[in-house]
Design a protein around this ligand. Structure first.
Ligand code: ZN
Length: 240
């Protein structure tokens, strides 16, 4: 009986493989297209929905942090994602630059946070023991903080590989990739999984703006991203 219940539960609630986070929303407009006709918040939602359609056809499970034009804080987004325990997290954005002359996709992954060295762990453990003798509640805090640091380190190295492999997919599908770099973005911290921030081109650049405002280009980009995500996010431990 309980086996049947578990089977039914897992069929109705399959594990989430990908979380898509359409950047901005509501009063947070984001960048504006060169012709001033579109805001970034609408393009990110459009791209997320297109990726979703492609993920559906590839049999990949996903959640969106927002599926309408509404405001969310960065903490709302990462907390929501963490609760879903996904295999990967992608925050979607479009870019702008001061001189309006840049082009290409940029992918950011979180800063590497190094796990403490062995001496530090020993020291922490020792301190924890000493403190435990005095105050019972301190040790779990220290151990928790260490595990948190270690967790960030694991998800950071996974995120770097994830960013690079996704960039290869885009390059193979004919997109210009301008850079893959470390980015200290709050939305990438605390998702509990490998996480990247994807900038799908510079919409303030007169030429790139025309290209990205075409539905066909966004759909091609969505298809390429979905193909990459289907390989890179199918299982949770593939890149660790
Ligand atoms: Zn943005």
């Amino acid at each position: 009986m309980s086996y049947l219940f578990l089977l039914l539960f897992s069929l109705l609630n399959p594990p989430v493989q990908v979380v898509l986070d359409p950047g901005h929303g509501g009063s947070n407009l984001g960048a504006r297209s060169h012709d001033k006709s579109v805001y970034e918040k609408d393009l990110t939602l459009d791209l997320a929905k297109r990726i979703s359609t492609h993920l559906d056809s590839l049999g990949i499970t996903y959640r969106l942090t927002r599926s309408s034009d509404r405001y969310l804080t960065l903490l709302n987004r990462s907390t929501m994602a963490k609760g879903w325990k996904p295999n990967c997290f992608v925050s979607l954005h479009f870019n702008a630059s001061q001189l309006h002359n840049r082009q290409g996709v940029e992918i950011f992954y979180p800063e590497e946070s190094h796990a403490p060295a062995l001496e530090e762990i020993t020291k922490l453990a020792g301190t924890g023991r000493d403190l435990m003798a005095q105050k019972g509640s301190v040790r779990p805090l220290i151990v928790g903080s260490y595990l948190n640091t270690l967790g960030k380190s694991i998800s950071s190295s996974g995120s770097r590989v994830f960013a690079k492999k996704l960039a290869w997919r885009l390059l193979a599908d004919g997109f210009k990739v301008r850079s893959i770099k470390k980015g200290d973005y709050d939305v990438l911290v605390g998702t509990g999984t490998k996480a990247i921030l994807f900038e799908g081109g510079f919409i303030d650049n007169p030429r790139e703006s025309i290209t990205m405002l075409r539905e066909a280009t966004r759909d091609r980009m969505a298809a390429s991203l979905a193909r990459g995500l289907a390989i890179l996010c199918r299982s949770s431990n593939q890149l660790y």
